[in-house]
Ligand binder design. Structure first.
Ligand code: CA2
Length: 150
């Protein structure tokens, strides 16, 4: 039987991970994160598809494209977390679970990072765990989409 597919979406500048600001965002690249998610997804019986864009509309398109295909979305909207009603609205039209991930603890940084539009739709929020946050999100996603035994 086909494994449930989880889309892991990443916003602007996350393609630079590993190359700059390791003190805030760690040493792992987005390719490292994709590789680790693929491996863990295999253990959890999930297929993972990781995508990144620097453009708000492209992220909206990715979220819309996940409808009917993905069992769940894990998203790090990056700076659009704090600005984008468009991403919130697109996620609201997605039928499955949504988990918001941030590498850094957005509540320990500048005030403007403390508000997330996306959190109003997210079923769970993980912040401050670095790249491990994506793996924690995958574990929780597996629980959220597991068929009920009752
Ligand atoms: O902590 C996170 O994961 C953030 O979503 C990262 C965003 C930031 O705007 C959010 O407030 C919190 C920024 C991503 C930028 O990534 C870079 C990686 C390497 C070098 C420069 C930027």
């Amino acid at each position: 039987m086909a494994r449930p597919v989880i889309h892991i979406l990443n916003g602007p500048n996350l393609n630079l991970l590993g190359s700059r600001e390791p003190g805030i965002y760690g040493h792992q690249t987005l390719d490292d994160i994709a590789r680790d998610c693929t491996a863990l997804g295999g253990d959890l019986g999930l297929e993972t598809v990781l995508q990144q864009s620097n453009h708000e509309g492209a992220l909206v398109d990715m979220i819309q494209a996940a409808r009917g295909l993905a069992a769940g979305i894990i998203i790090n909207p990056a700076a659009y977390t704090h600005t984008s009603v468009a991403i919130l609205d697109a996620l609201s039209a997605f039928e499955g679970p949504v988990i918001e991930v941030h590498l850094s603890n957005i509540h320990k940084r500048e005030n403007f990072r403390r508000h997330s539009y996306v959190s109003a739709r997210a079923d769970a929020v993980i912040a401050g765990c670095g790249a491990q946050g994506y793996l924690l999100a995958l574990h929780h996603m597996a629980d959220l989409i597991a068929p009920s035994s009752t």
